[in-house]
Design a protein around this ligand. Structure first.
Ligand code: PRP
Length: 183
C-alpha cells in the first residue's frame, strides 16, 4: 500500500463488484428504452471519472456514444470546492438523445448541476446521472441522481480516478490519505 494512504474505504474487488451491479442496472434501463440503441450518449465528466467510466462501459453491451467533458472545482491542493468551471469538451450533438452523465463523486453537487443545466440547453430526450460515490452531506443527499455506487462519509477520498493535486488517481482502491499527505 502507498505510504500516504490512511485507510482503504473500498477495495478494488468491492469496487469491481459494485460497478458490475451498476452496469447491470443501467443496462436494464437502456434495454427498456423504446428507441434504443441509436440515441444513447454517455457524458463522462473528466478527469475523475475516467477509471470508473472505463470499467462501467464494459458492462454495457449497447450501441452508444461517449462524449467527454472536463469540469474542475477542486484545483491543485483544494479539498473544498472552489466552484465548478467547465474546462472544455462539451458535446454539442445531444438534441433528442438519451444522455447519461457519469461522474466519480457527488459532493456539493455544483459539478452535476452545471453539467446537467448546460446539457439541458441542447434539449436531449432525457438526462440521467450516475455517480460512483455520494458524500454524506445535505447538498449531495438532496441532489437527484439516478445511479449511485456507494454512499460514503464526508471525507476526502482519492484513488480509482479521484485525486489530490492530480496525484493518486492511479491507486486501484478508494482510500483516505494521511494528514501529512494533504499539503
Ligand atoms: C471532482 C469530482 C467531481 C466533482 C464533485 O472533480 O471529480 O467531478 O469534483 O464535486 P462537487 O459535487 O462538489 O461539484 P474536480 O474538480 O476535482 O476535477 P477532476 O475531475 O479533474 O479531479
Amino acid at each position: 500500500m502507498h505510504d500516504d494512504v490512511d485507510r482503504v474505504l473500498f477495495s478494488r474487488d468491492a469496487i469491481a463488484a459494485r460497478v458490475a451491479e451498476l452496469g447491470q442496472a443501467i443496462a436494464d434501463d437502456l434495454d427498456a428504452l423504446a428507441d434504443h440503441p441509436t440515441e444513447v450518449m454517455l457524458v463522462p465528466v473528466l478527469t475523475g471519472s475516467m477509471v470508473f467510466v472505463a470499467d462501467l462501459i464494459r458492462h454495457l453491451p449497447h450501441k452508444l456514444r461517449i462524449g467527454v467533458m472536463s469540469v474542475s472545482s477542486y484545483p491543485g491542493r483544494s479539498i473544498e470546492s472552489k466552484g465548478a468551471l467547465i474546462r472544455g469538451g462539451l458535446p454539442d450533438d445531444l438534441a433528442g438523445k438519451h444522455v447519461l452523465i457519469v461522474d466519480d463523486i457527488l459532493d456539493t453537487g455544483q459539478t452535476l448541476t452545471l453539467v446537467r443545466d448546460i446539457i439541458a440547453e441542447q434539449r436531449p430526450a432525457e438526462v440521467r446521472t450516475c455517480v460512483l460515490l455520494r458524500k454524506d452531506r445535505e447538498q449531495a443527499r438532496s441532489f437527484p441522481v439516478d445511479y449511485v455506487g456507494f454512499d460514503i462519509p464526508d471525507e476526502f477520498v482519492v484513488g480509482y480516478g479521484l485525486d489530490y493535486n492530480d496525484y493518486y488517481r492511479n491507486l486501484p482502491d478508494i482510500v483516505t490519505l494521511r494528514t501529512e499527505a494533504l499539503r
